[in-house]
Write a protein that binds this ligand. Structure first.
Ligand SMILES: Cc1cc2nc3c(=O)[nH]c(=O)nc-3n(C[C@H](O)[C@H](O)[C@H](O)COP(=O)(O)O)c2cc1C
Length: 233
């Protein structure tokens, strides 16, 4: 069964949500979908206290983060959605990414991330949907997710109701194609980019350049500084 977690960078069900919803409907086969809305389900900003670097549980917002954290670890596919706000991802999406910065390869990445795929969806009324989605995707690549697909579309509208029919048709066609493409994929392929990032950050931990000694302990404990690769069983 395909386990899907959707993180929406907005509370409302506008154009971005609708694009993601069409995509979800197009994913065939048995699936379990968990949706989280920002800020509804994680209404905080990172305080910059760095407590999470010692242990994720030390984050003052861990109680709210844990259900999202656990669902993301279990999922096969992550879908992150954001409207384009001022040529960037929405502020709630940025706050979400900040709150999970411990996931970065520079800190304490989860081995589960190396075995999943992600799709980032963004809409803009004019320009910049591609830009916003790529900014989110770069975070996910740095979490160790090897296959991240971005879909950004200019919808020429400020809400879903105003969307021209030709745009809706295009979105439906694109989402069908994306869902088919994903259904044909089998094992997640760990590409050169992820391997290089893993090697670079491993080297950083070996040289004691990490942000906290507990990071090196974490990497050592996993055997990652001695040849073990998180994408292998
Ligand atoms: C605060 C704010 C900033 C925006 N900035 C841009 C922008 O820089 N470029 C653009 O093309 N559209 C911009 N828009 C329009 C939205 O990106 C667009 O309407 C999007 O499809 C909204 O998605 P939603 O219906 O899911 O909220 C902005 C909208 C808001 C509310």
């Amino acid at each position: 069964m395909m386990k899907i977690v959707v993180i929406h960078g907005q509370n409302h069900k506008g154009s971005t949500w609708n694009v993601a919803n069409i995509f979800l409907q197009d994913i065939t086969g048995e699936k379990e979908v968990k949706e989280f809305f920002m800020p509804r389900d994680l209404n905080h900003f990172c305080t910059g206290c760095y407590s999470c670097l010692e242990s994720r549980k030390n984050c003052p917002f861990w109680e709210d983060k844990k259900p999202i954290n656990d669902a993301m670890k279990e999922a096969n596919l992550l879908i992150l959605t954001t409207p384009n706000y001022c040529m960037m991802p929405s502020a709630p999406m940025k706050a979400f990414l900040d709150l999970f910065f411990t996931n970065w390869l520079a800190h304490k990445p989860y081995e589960e991330m190396f075995k999943k795929r992600a799709v980032v969806i963004s809409t803009a009324s004019g320009a910049g949907a591609g830009k916003a989605s790529k900014l989110v995707a770069s975070n996910l690549l740095n979490w160790g997710i090897p296959e991240v697909i971005t879909y950004g579309i200019s919808v020429n509208a400020i809400n879903w109701k105003m969307l021209p029919d030709r745009k809706k048709k295009k979105i439906e066609k694109d989402m069908k194609r994306l869902a088919t493409k994903l259904s044909r994929k089998k094992k997640v392929k760990v590409g050169v980019k992820t391997r290089i990032l893993f090697w670079l950050y491993g080297g950083m931990q070996k040289a004691n350049w990490g942000a906290s000694p507990s990071e090196k302990e974490y990497w050592e404990g996993k055997g990652w500084l001695n040849g073990v690769k998180p994408w292998k069983e």
